[in-house]
Design a protein around this ligand. Structure first.
Ligand SMILES: Nc1ncnc2c1ncn2[C@@H]1O[C@H](COP(=O)(O)OP(=O)(O)OP(=O)(O)O)[C@@H](O)[C@H]1O
Ligand SMILES: [Mg+2]
Length: 217
């Protein structure tokens, strides 16, 4: 089973990935968690390149770097793990491309669909948890995490994070439209709820899906 977590930076994805992994392992499942971009040596290098503030990357180059990282990860790690029967949990996947590069940066959605298809070899998540949070709330979380005063130009944020509130508003809008378009796959969660409440909802949903798989492998 492939489970993905989506949401803007600071929405609480990593927090829930960790909790779900622990819960599934406790019930005896083999679980692999990976973050995008990352997961292999090549992917980690691409991640560095993408997140470093000093690089000025064009939108299409950014898209293709994310896609390159994903293709590598799917073929080398995700597919083999799924074939062995493991649960794979991804911290970001194709929906991030649509939300960030499509709605955020304004690239053509048709082009993104094609690039996503190539990069994933057609692999689709069984379940996607979308943690919905306003960019303002997300920024407050990020700044308190780094013990910084709330200022959006402090130079302490990475390249993606410093793209500004307007950008994140568009990204959120993109996620909401994706959820509307794929209501069976994407579960919308209010990311302001306490982590333990979100964890219960997520675990229950996964258990339900495991009991009645929607997809024939
Ligand atoms: N449900 C929640 N309510 C309040 N705070 C939360 C919640 N979930 C996570 N946090 C806090 O918000 C911050 C961001 O959480 P987390 O790192 O899990 O988000 P993320 O979506 O993985 O962010 P990024 O995209 O930057 O990796 C952390 O300080 C975390 O402790
Ligand atoms: Mg994270």
């Amino acid at each position: 089973m492939l489970i993905t977590f989506e949401g803007i930076d600071g929405a609480g994805k990593s927090t829930q990935v960790t909790r779900l992994k622990r819960r599934l392992q406790e019930s005896g499942r083999e679980v692999l968690t990976l973050r995008e971009p990352g997961g292999t040596e090549v992917c980690e290098n691409i991640r560095e390149l993408l997140l470093q503030s000093k690089h000025d990357i064009t939108p299409v180059a950014e898209l293709l770097l994310f896609a390159a990282s994903r293709a590598e990860l799917v073929e080398k790690v995700v597919r083999p793990a799924l074939d062995k029967g493991a649960v794979v949990i991804l911290d970001r996947f194709s929906d991030s491309t649509t939300a960030y590069q499509g709605y955020g940066r304004g690239l053509s959605l048709e082009m993104l669909e094609e690039v996503n298809r190539i990069a994933t070899f057609g692999l689709q998540p069984d379940i996607t948890f979308y943690l919905d949070l306003s960019p303002e709330d997300a920024m407050i979380r990020k700044f308190s995490e780094k013990s910084l005063p709330l200022a959006f130009d402090s130079g302490e944020l990475d390249r993606m994070e410093s793209s500004g509130l307007e950008f994140y508003r568009r990204v959120r809008e993109g996620y909401l439209r994706l959820q509307e378009a794929h209501p069976d796959r994407i579960l919308l969660l209010d990311a302001r709820l306490p982590p333990s409440t979100l964890q219960e909802t997520i675990s229950a949903h996964v258990a339900h899906r495991e009991a009645s798989p929607a997809r024939i492998p």
